[in-house]
Design a protein around this ligand. Structure first.
Ligand code: PEP
Ligand code: MG
Length: 735
């Protein structure tokens, strides 16, 4: 590679050598020019195709490797659906193909391919060997050792064209700002080691200093969100001592790479593994490992930690492949306007935290980081799940307008904070918030809500690598209760299973997880889990009122069994002469339709009922709440749902038992209006819905609506949304 000659001559020699060493008939190097991969050199394909054969990124197998920045090893390449035949190359006789991306600082600048006539199964070691060669090739191209090399690197830079990309909304809202990369691009200057033992020493020293740093961070008390960030650090600590990971790094150094290049190589492998894994928990853990590799690189290159968080511009839009909640909390919330993630599901921890912080977040925006330069203007439209990069002036103007309108709306709601939640006819409505993380507590004060109507305790369990001990649980619950003061907090016991996965609980494959072993079913079968939680809740509420409810109760007997466990725990405290709560109020969630037919038997046993419309909807209509194809198929404002709820509310009121709606249905003004019309007087919702819903109810006359709705229950229509909208319009109800 170091020999003299023109670009073409030297590349031709390189590919010839690779082909010979890998016992392949073909070896070709494609380099990225603009958005096309150009055949630069080949051994084995038709030499006339050089500089003629071009593939778009994403086109054919070579384009696919570039688009996903991952290797492909295929014994039957032509049988692959992505195969694109280029007649000028004469490649039809070659059956197997192994290709790897040529990466420079994690950006694709080309693709290196070998092909064989036989249907060859390439071994993992061969993939790794080709990846190592590709790294060296990348260094040559980038350092300009190939004449014209600089041009190629420049061409591989993100384009300056505006573009729009779709994602998934993980947290709503609009933001405009400048791009900041969460992982600063670390330039690995040197790929090939001159002195392998020396590189090993450097690697070991960096691993040691990284471990020390993680330990130091673990020693520092983190007063803001104790639980969450500490647990992420514990995960880092675990990985930092993981022998599998460390021995991979050593092997990479032994193959002739510098310590930095070795870390990038192993990081690349983690990333492809991440692409193939669908289990959200495993993906999160691999993202943690990716993060740790970045930290290690920083220790090797000697660059300061967290420069992105430290030098944050006033209006930052953060871009990351994936991110943990603790990392998000490193950033100054006042400056952070929005977040874009290439990965990320709405279940991910970072999404939960971002929603609590009201930071708009889009996830699943594949490949966006490679196309963005730091400082680019970016618009995050969390309301329509889209991103605009380097937007044209019209888009910017439109967004400034939307952002302005949104801000004005929020300011208006803040100003209405003290307005009582009383309808125009004088009906008092209890407005409660849904919460689950300690950072949600501030919302209680901001919204002036009457209390927490649903505290999803499982969120605290989901952001930890191990089951929280009784004391840790007690500390969290106590903090919530103390913060709420006189305002009630309704703790829902663990609602896990289904799509809410806990890493430390064995997961059984289930065909219908939403209808599977989850929530109360799981905790009644694992009573120790529930007992510890109930004990923690009772201790935390000593001398005060405690409100507890059980999720997914399908029959009275389940409630009785759960309540018995609770009563036993109270008795235990009494026997031990330990302090107990002044009052314990116990409720049942109504999420499974069957329970509604047992209300006469259930109501005497409960202190309150809380309706979870999210689950109730899916069971009423037999329509999976997570299935996007069914997302709009059935309407909560359907005659079936409304008359069902009307019937349930009447039964509760007849015996004087409070009933709350805590599902998402109560968070949209029109739906909330219908709920008031059919009899609900208690609504619990995400904090950002309090303003709009309160504004709606203050403009509503409930008796008039109740009368209007009495005719709608028997409607044969798919939905009564239209008539309800008409009512709002004609009567000046602000929805
Ligand atoms: C519901 O199902 O409506 C509910 C409030 O519970 P979750 O959304 O946590 O399942
Ligand atoms: Mg539910």
């Amino acid at each position: 590679m170091a020999e003299a000659g023109t670009v073409d001559e030297r590349l031709a020699r390189v590919v010839r050598n690779i082909a010979a060493n890998m016992v392949a008939e073909v070896c070709s190097a494609y380099l990225l020019r603009g958005d096309e991969l150009e055949l630069y050199a080949t051994e084995g394909l038709n030499p006339d195709a050089v500089h003629k054969t071009r593939l778009k990124v994403g086109e054919g197998l070579v384009g696919d490797i570039a688009a996903h920045a991952r290797p492909l090893a295929l014994a039957d390449a032509q049988g692959h659906p992505q195969f694109a035949y280029k007649p000028e190359t004469g490649e039809e006789v070659y059956h197997s193909l192994l290709g790897v991306p040529i990466l420079r600082d994690n950006r694709v600048i080309g693709v290196l391919v070998v092909q064989n006539q036989t249907r060859r199964q390439y071994a993992d070691e061969e993939v790794e060997a080709l990846e190592t060669i590709a790294m060296v090739l990348a260094e040559m191209v980038a350092s300009g050792q190939l004449s014209g090399g600089e041009d190629l690197v420049a061409a591989s830079r993100a384009s300056t064209m505006p573009f729009r990309a779709d994602g998934r909304t993980l947290s709503e809202g609009l933001a405009i700002g400048v791009a900041v990369l969460h992982e600063p691009r670390i330039h690995v200057e040197k790929t090939m080691a001159d002195d392998i033992p020396y590189e090993k020493q450097r690697l070991d020293a960096a691993v040691t200093s990284m471990r020390d740093q993680v330990n130091k961070m673990l020693e520092t008390p983190d007063s803001d969100i104790v639980g969450e960030s500490r647990d992420i650090l514990e995960t880092y600590k675990m990985f930092a001592h993981d022998t599998g990971w460390l021995s991979k790094l050593h092997q990479a150094v032994e193959s002739g790479l510098t310590a930095e290049a070795a870390v990038q190589r192993v990081q690349g492998e983690t990333r492809h593994r991440m692409q193939a894994i669908t289990d959200p928990y495993l993906r999160e853990r691999l993202a943690d490992l990716d993060d740790l590799a970045n930290r290690l690189l920083l220790h090797l290159t000697g660059k300061p930690q967290h420069t992105a968080a430290e030098n944050l511009p006033e209006n930052a839009i953060l871009l990351a492949r994936a991110m943990g909640p603790a990392e998000l909390l490193d950033y100054d919330r006042r400056k952070l306007q929005g977040v874009i993630l290439e990965e990320g599901s709405s279940m991910s921890h970072v999404a939960i935290v971002a929603r609590a912080l009201s930071i708009p977040v889009l996830g699943g925006v594949a490949g966006v980081i490679a196309k963005v330069e730091p400082g680019d203007t970016i618009v995050v439209d969390g309301d329509h799940a889209q991103v605009f990069v380097r937007p044209v002036p019209d888009v910017v103007a439109a967004f400034h307008q939307s952002v302005g309108l949104r801000k004005a709306r929020l300011a208006k709601y803040a100003a209405q904070r003290e307005d009582p939640a009383i309808t125009a006819d004088g009906t008092k409505v209890a407005m409660l918030v849904n919460a689950g993380l300690l950072i949600d507590l501030s919302h209680l004060d901001e919204t002036n809500a009457d209390g927490i109507g649903l505290y999803r305790t499982e969120l605290q369990f989901m952001v930890r690598p191990t089951l929280p001990k009784a004391e840790a649980q007690t500390a969290i619950y106590r903090r919530v209760i103390e913060h709420a003061g006189d305002r009630p907090v309704v703790f829902r016991t663990l609602d896990i299973g289904g799509d809410k996965v806990l890493p430390y609980l064995v997961k059984y494959p289930e065909e219908n997880p939403a209808m599977g072993w989850r929530a109360i079913r799981l905790t009644l079968d694992r009573p120790a889990l529930l007992k510890v939680q109930l004990r923690a809740l009772l201790e935390a509420a000593a001398g005060r009122s405690l409100y507890v409810m059980f999720p997914m109760i399908a029959e009275v007997d389940e409630f009785r069994r759960a309540r018995k466990l609770l009563d036993r725990e109270v008795q235990r405290l009494v026997n031990l002469r330990k302090p107990v709560p002044l009052k314990v109020q116990v409720g049942s969630m109504l999420e499974v339709p069957a329970l509604a037919w047992q209300l006469p038997a259930l109501l005497p046993l409960v202190d309150f009922i809380s309706v979870g419309s999210n689950d109730l909807m899916q069971f009423m209509f037999a329509a999976d709440r997570g299935n996007t194809k069914l997302a709009d198929r059935y309407d909560p404002l359907s005659p079936a749902m409304l008359s069902f709820l009307h019937w349930v509310v009447q039964q509760c009121h007849a015996v004087g038992k409070p009933i709350t709606m805590c599902g998402e249905m109560g968070s949209r003004p029109l739906e909330a209006m219908a709920l008031l019309g059919l009899g609900f007087r208690r609504l619990s919702m995400p904090a950002n819905a309090i303003g709009p819903v309160k504004e709606m109810l203050r403009s509503l006359s409930v008796p008039q609506l109740a009368e209007y709705m009495s005719k709608l229950y028997s409607s044969p229509e798919h939905s009564v949304r239209g008539p309800l909208e008409e009512f709002a319009r004609e009567n000046g109800v602000i929805v």
